[in-house]
Design a binder for this molecule. Structure first.
Ligand code: PGA
Length: 250
């Protein structure tokens, strides 16, 4: 439906000194990919990552940004800083930042608006906990996250968003959602977007699955009609594995 995008989310892994060579490896390994290939790296790895990706098909993203333009926010990074470096994508609302760094639906909304204002593409994460899944409120929960994240965002901007559906219980656990579970939620997200905007907008938005997607299970997940890509943690740290996933996105 939406454009196929496979994005690595390195999290707090890889050193700046190993980034240039690793991104070169990713460039080489993913050469034949027909999807968009993105590496989202820690802030300190962005400069060597951008240098290595320059003039290639690989795009570079950040893992967070601040929603204010500038000012007294010690330790924070603005959208202008990212754009100035050549960053194109930025992850927001990841469950790890929601849990450890006070990320909320409100800050995700502010960050998404700032990203659009500055020309960055937001990768907006959503997903339920195991407790919520077992209570049967998965889609109620995700609907709240999506509605709040998209509040005040025009259809034109919404078309550029990448949504990453990441069940929290599947992240880094090796416990992937089944193809059917992932498709069910991604399809429901697309229906919700059609209600919030319109069918054409909903069809244009890239909806990724994330949570222990790897070289073995990617093809099954990516064969589903409403799964347009993946946000890849662990498996993005090995170029050959990442390349199998990008190869499956077609
Ligand atoms: P994982 O992480 O692939 O290691 O489960 C995915 C993510 O958190 O984006």
């Amino acid at each position: 439906m939406g454009k196929y995008i496979i994005a690595g989310n390195w999290k707090m892994n890889k050193l700046p000194s190993e980034t240039y060579d690793f991104v070169k490896e990713v460039v080489e390994a993913t050469k034949g990919a027909t999807c968009e290939v993105v590496c989202c790296t820690p802030y300190v790895c962005l400069a060597p990552a951008i240098e290595a990706a320059k003039g290639t098909h690989v795009k570079i993203g950040a893992e967070n940004l601040h929603y204010e333009d500038k000012g007294a926010f010690t330790g924070e990074i603005s959208a202008d800083m990212l754009v100035d470096m050549g960053v194109q994508y930025v992850i927001m609302g990841h469950s790890e930042r929601r849990e450890y760094n006070n990320e909320t639906d409100e800050t995700v909304n502010l960050k998404a608006k700032k990203a659009f204002e500055k020309g960055l593409i937001p990768i907006v994460c959503c997903g339920e906990s195991l407790e919520q899944r077992e209570a049967g409120i998965t889609m109620d929960w995700i609907a709240i996250q999506i509605k709040k994240a998209f509040a005040g965002i025009s259809a034109d901007d919404a078309k550029k968003v990448v949504i990453a559906y990441e069940p929290i219980w599947a992240i880094g656990t090796g416990k992937t959602a089944t193809d059917e579970q992932a498709e069910e939620v991604c399809g429901a997200i697309r229906k919700l977007l059609a209600d919030l905007y319109d069918d054409a907008t909903a069809k244009t938005i890239t909806i990724q699955y994330g949570g222990s997607m790897n070289a073995k299970n990617a093809a099954g997940l990516l064969s589903k009609p409403n799964i347009d890509g993946g946000l890849i943690g662990g498996a993005s740290l090995k170029a050959p594995d990442f390349a199998v996933i990008t190869g499956a996105a077609k």
